[in-house]
Design a protein around this ligand. Structure first.
Ligand SMILES: Cc1ncc(COP(=O)(O)O)c(C=O)c1O
Length: 439
């Protein structure tokens, strides 16, 4: 099929997520390799968002393709009540790689399902009902996960699951309280402790956070937040669930983002980079304490495709590529290179409000005036943003713009030349935003 045929049929017979299908203008992708996507006619785009911040090892890696093919030839499917070799191998490997006593895993098909099962595990383990979640968050599109989600994707799904208490994260949305990290953390934790008192600590099973907030703005926690939060929750017997669906598997320059904070959560959810999205897989990791509970008590959760051999084989190979090719180390090194480009462009373009990145998890934030107001109001729009998106696309760059942010989340295998190519295009896009800067 050529590009036009692909686009026409996809639009005619399939629905696109988070969109009115009539307004979607999808890129036609025939193949992908490394950091590049290709149309049927050979037009090339540099993938500066790793698709959905998920193709961490880059596209089309032959080792993962081979592992999937080999697994297909050996055993395509076994129902979840059976033991398989790939399940045994991957579970052992995960127990080695995931820090602390997070040694036991429940497999799902993606991040939302991992979070659904984390809610379930936390409630069954503690016998408590409420879950604390944060406003600036996304946890998935299924009933429970979208109820945990703070951002506007939750609104059309309301009323959702009950028992969710939503709180602020340490930094407000569009301004700063001022103060250093220690003050910001102390204030936020004092507020959180008050919320816990009002809700009744004995009613709260868990708090879920994105360790580094993703689509709501690439927000690494301030220094000391994770340790303070874990200690506070521990005092009240509340479990900490770290959603590492987006920030896990090397994205931030460590295998898991919670390692930056020197803590080990009680439950961790993962997906995306786990297989680099080559196959659909999520996982909930639980501490020994929780795992032991479910050795005696039923875990009331299940999925036909739980521990699907094909998906597990993809994960096993993708993880080994990540490690053998030192891609986490490359994320640290190239994260510095990325910061250099961002700093350079911030000096050139008055529309840049700020930029931030942790490893290869980054964003350039845009402003509309010298008062530093965000270009796009919360859940709003600005006519220049679609033009910026179009400019990127016409000039061979794929990335997402989210509110006032330009997402900078390339595959972890990116090199200097590819990084420079991407920022060359971003430079041009920022020029368009400069033109609407109000001064
Ligand atoms: C932090 C986070 N949690 C959960 C999810 C949901 O994962 P999935 O789309 O695989 O269900 C996402 C997806 O973007 C995410 O970014």
């Amino acid at each position: 099929m050529n590009s036009q045929e692909m686009v026409d049929l996809c639009l005619k017979h399939s629905l696109f997520s988070w969109s009115a299908t009539g307004k979607v203008d999808p890129l036609p992708i025939a193949r992908a390799e490394g950091v590049y996507l290709y149309s049927p006619e050979g037009k090339r785009w540099l993938d500066f968002n790793s698709q959905l911040m998920s193709v961490n090892i880059g596209h089309g890696h032959p080792r993962v393709i081979k592992a999937i093919q080999d697994q297909a030839a050996t055993l395509l499917y076994a129902y979840p009540g059976m033991a398989t070799e790939v399940r045994a191998r991957l579970s052992k490997r995960l127990a080695e790689l995931v820090p602390g006593d997070l040694n036991t895993f429940f497999y799902t098909l993606g991040g939302a399902e991992a979070n659904e099962n984390a809610i379930k595990a936390a409630r069954l383990f503690t016998g408590r009902h409420k879950i604390i979640a944060r406003y600036r968050s996304y946890h998935g599109a299924t009933h429970g996960a979208i109820s945990l989600t703070g951002d506007p994707r939750r609104w059309p799904n309301e009323p959702g699951m009950n028992g969710v208490v939503r709180v602020m994260d340490p930094q407000p949305y569009s301004y700063s309280f001022g103060g250093n990290d220690a003050e910001v953390v102390a204030n936020n934790l004092r507020y959180l402790e008050e919320v816990i008192q009002y809700e009744g600590p004995k009613n709260i099973a868990a708090m879920i956070i994105e360790t580094v907030t993703g689509t709501n703005g690439i927000l690494p926690p301030p220094e000391g937040y994770l340790q303070g939060l874990k200690a506070l929750l521990d005092r009240h017997g509340i479990l900490l669930i770290c959603d590492e669906v987006m920030c896990g598997w090397g994205r931030t320059g460590k295998l898991f983002a919670f390692e930056h904070g020197g803590i080990v959560p009680d439950i961790v959810t993962m997906a995306k980079g786990l297989t680099s999205s080559y196959m659909p897989l999520g996982v909930m990791a639980v501490s020994d304490r929780i795992a032991n509970h479910f050795r005696e008590n039923v875990f009331w959760g299940g999925l036909t495709y739980n521990a699907h051999p094909m998906c597990l084989a993809a994960a096993e190979a993708a993880i080994e590529v990540l490690i053998d090719e030192k891609l986490v180390e490359n994320a640290v090194r190239m994260g510095e290179v990325m910061r250099g480009h961002m700093t350079r462009l911030a000096a050139r373009h008055r529309c840049v409000r700020t930029h931030r990145n942790i490893g290869l998890f980054g964003l350039i934030e845009l402003r509309k005036n010298a008062r530093n107001e965000l270009l796009v109001p919360y859940n709003g729009a600005h006519p220049v943003m679609p033009k910026v998106g179009r400019f990127f696309r016409d000039n061979g760059l794929f990335t997402l713009t989210q509110g006032s942010g330009i997402m900078c989340n390339p595959p972890l295998c990116i090199n200097e030349a590819e990084m420079a190519e991407a920022f060359g295009v971003i430079d041009g896009g920022l020029g368009l935003v400069d033109e609407v800067y109000e001064g």
